[in-house]
Design a protein around this ligand. Sequence first.
Ligand code: FAD
Length: 118
Amino acid sequence: SRPAHCPPDVEQLGRSTWTFLHTTAAYYPTRPTPLQRANMLNLLHSLPTLYPCGHCGEHLGKEMKTNPPDVSGREGLGRWLCERHDEVNVRLGKERFGCGEERLRERWRDGPGDGSCD
Ligand code: FAD
């Protein structure tokens, strides 16, 4: 991989962005206020035009038209985001992550039960 002082390439930018989005979803309230829902919608809707990888944003924009964001609560948002990420995974020839609630909670919030991330 490139030296750490280099500007991010598409892969690094993607890893950082997914980390931010999945972590934010993992801490999104189970019962968000109307303001929290509206702000999350704004955040997600801004990505297709602002994400600094043009074709990535375009793909996401199309995906979001057929699958509108679910900002109803932590579980729905986590699953929605995971499914969008899995669509990119499949398009890039990678394996699906699988969007079960427990798997997402372990990866992005609690860590594995063996305590290796505590
Ligand atoms: P990443 O895919 O970045 O994943 C990081 C970690 O997230 C993984 O190690 C895994 O633990 C976890 N993870 C994987 N899948 C899921 C999931 N479904 N749900 C929850 N957690 C998961 N790259 C392109 O080349 N072309 C594109 O069109 C493109 N579009 C993108 C659109 C968006 C909105 C974003 C944020 C990124 C996009 N990328 C695109 C970048 C691409 O998705 C990857 O981030 C990049 O290829 C690096 O991949 P990686 O294998 O290191 O892991």
